[in-house]
Ligand binder design. Structure first.
Ligand code: NAD
Length: 258
């Protein structure tokens, strides 16, 4: 997707990876950027608007665990922008002690947001098509015991996004892409020892501090490269500053796909 002139919605745009990715998008001269996030950040909005005066930037407060709020922010985005071309579901939480919240934010949040966005973008319903990018994780493509609840939620994101990229949804004109960052330096990975539910023989903090990690900027730059190049259904691992396309082996073919 050529980003210049496009209308973008970013969920979780004030987070560590979100902020850096929004700046990369603004650098590509998007026409509009709508940030949906839990808490406002007036300072960031002011900085972005003064640095990128040609882009219409606005914020909508929303809690992704509340379905009526998701409906309301998308409705507001359509009223402000007319349509949107790109949606990035980039919100998330990592705290395995909060099982319900992890599933609500990471999995139900992505599902609900994707389906509400699709309803507006779907060409067969009069929309313009476009792209929906769901941020999963390396923990969403390989089991990651230290964060097993998070890993389960992110596997769900990967599976859901792959399903919607299938042939049954071609008429929507919407491309579905999964992005799987590796360990990235944001506040999400701080104090890991307080966010696990099992005791390991290696302390969680030690295990995490030994993992190679990337900066949020490197991750953001690669997310935007993926958006520019990705095809429908593609899955991308963005780890230690590198981009790698993920290919899953076919273990079983659903009857309707045979
Ligand atoms: N940091 C990493 O190592 C890493 C690795 C793989 C994947 N990811 C994923 O990347 C994405 C961004 O993570 P990050 O590292 O920037 O984390 P972050 O904590 O800095 O940002 C998370 C964002 O999600 C928002 N959010 C959380 N709960 C919400 C709610 N209930 N409603 C609305 N918004 C909510 C936060 O406000 C914040 O803007 C997440 O999906 C995360 O799971 C991160």
């Amino acid at each position: 997707m050529n980003l210049a002139g496009k209308n973008v919605v970013y969920l979780g745009g004030f987070g560590g990876i979100g902020q850096k990715t929004c700046v990369e998008l603004l650098e590509r001269q998007v026409q509009a950027l709508a940030v949906f996030d839990l808490m406002p950040n007036e300072q960031i909005l002011r900085d972005w608007q003064s640095k990128y005066p040609n882009t219409k930037i606005f914020y909508q407060k929303m809690d992704i665990t509340q379905r009526p709020e998701i409906d309301a922010v998308y409705r507001a985005a359509v009223e402000h922008l007319g349509h949107f071309d790109l949606v990035i579901n980039g919100m998330g939480c990592l705290d395995d002690r909060c099982i319900d919240l992890t599933i609500q934010v990471n999995l139900l949040g992505v599902i609900n947001s994707s389906l509400v966005a699709l309803n507006y973008m779907d060409k067969s319903k009069g929309g313009n098509g476009g792209m929906i990018v769901n941020i999963s994780s390396v923990a969403g493509i390989e089991p990651t015991p230290i964060m097993s609840v998070y890993s389960a939620s992110k596997h769900g994101v990967t599976a859901f996004t792959r399903c919607l990229a299938g042939p049954f949804f071609e008429s929507t004109g919407v491309t579905f892409v999964t992005v799987c960052p590796g360990m990235t330096e944001t506040s999400m990975i701080h104090d890991m020892q307080d966010r696990t539910i099992f005791k390991f023989n290696i302390p969680a903090e030690y295990a995490v501090s030994n993992m190679k990690r990337q900066t949020a900027l490197a991750c953001a730059q690669n997310i935007v490269k993926v958006v520019e190049d990705a095809t429908n259904g593609s899955i991308w691992m963005l780890d230690v500053g590198e981009i790698k396309k993920v290919e899953f082996p076919v273990m079983w073919t659903p009857p309707m796909m045979q």
